[in-house]
Ligand binder design. Structure first.
Ligand code: SF4
Length: 86
């Protein structure tokens, strides 16, 4: 991937803050989910958009970036800031 090119990835929204089940970490084939300050976060640089995490989340906190509900849009920025993505 060229530097400076933005790409979409899956995003974990705020429902994770109170759940923190972490099953997503176990199923991610590229180990790109880490625990941030108060919830699990997906590294947008490494996510391969396989969708495995989305299907196992018990609180349906995970969405493809384009499908994140408007009220959860801060979650997109939260992950990008954590991983230093512009
Ligand atoms: Fe990992 Fe796939 Fe989820 Fe991306 S979509 S975080 S690669 S399990």
């Amino acid at each position: 991937m060229k530097k400076g090119v933005k790409r979409m990835s899956f995003v974990i929204t705020s429902a994770c803050i109170h759940e923190q089940a972490g099953i997503c970490v176990d199923v991610c084939p590229v180990d790109c989910i880490v625990f941030g300050d108060d919830q699990f976060l997906i590294d947008p640089n490494r996510c391969i958009d396989c969708g495995a995490c989305e299907t196992v989340c018990p609180v349906e906190a995970i969405y493809f970036e384009e499908e994140v509900p408007a009220k959860e849009s801060a979650s997109i920025l939260k992950a990008k800031e954590y991983f230093g993505v512009a």
